[in-house]
Design a protein around this ligand. Structure first.
Ligand SMILES: [Ca+2]
Ligand SMILES: [Ca+2]
Ligand SMILES: [Ca+2]
Length: 136
């Protein structure tokens, strides 16, 4: 019985470690995509460029706005795991309430996120700021 408990505990620990590694890896990938000049900071321009690339990637039919269906398939392509549902994310950014996120609405949302991530307000996101606030 004692042996079984140890094994179960060990399995749980491994699963927990794997889940953590997955999150770290996703963040690491995101970071490298965003820090295009590799100076260890994400500038406002780099964040903007990353958000624009993300928008274009998600706008599958290229009509200049992202619907919930487009966001769903964009997330599914990336492996799904996301804290919020597509509908929730759209609702948050869809300021004119037409049910889709336009490029302007997306840019405004990205800017808000940049402000949130940039905890010390110096206009750059450091790796520590990124890790502290990003999708947990
Ligand atoms: Ca940089
Ligand atoms: Ca679209
Ligand atoms: Ca809209």
């Amino acid at each position: 019985m004692k042996r079984f408990n140890t094994l179960a505990l060990r399995t749980a620990t491994v699963i927990g470690a794997l889940a953590l590694a997955g999150t770290a890896l996703a963040n690491e990938e995101k970071w490298q995509k965003l820090d295009t000049n590799g100076d260890g900071m994400i500038s406002a321009q780099e964040h903007d460029a990353g958000a624009t690339a993300m928008f274009q990637e998600a706008d599958a039919d290229g009509d200049g706005s992202i619907t919930a269906a487009e966001m769903d398939s964009a997330h599914a392509a990336k492996g799904g795991a996301h804290g919020k549902s597509s509908a929730e994310m759209i609702q948050k950014m869809d300021t004119d309430g037409d049910g889709a996120v336009s490029a302007a609405e997306h840019a405004a949302g990205a800017q808000e996120k940049m402000t949130k991530l940039d905890a010390d307000g110096d206009g750059n996101i450091s790796q520590a700021e990124f890790e502290a606030k990003n999708d947990r």
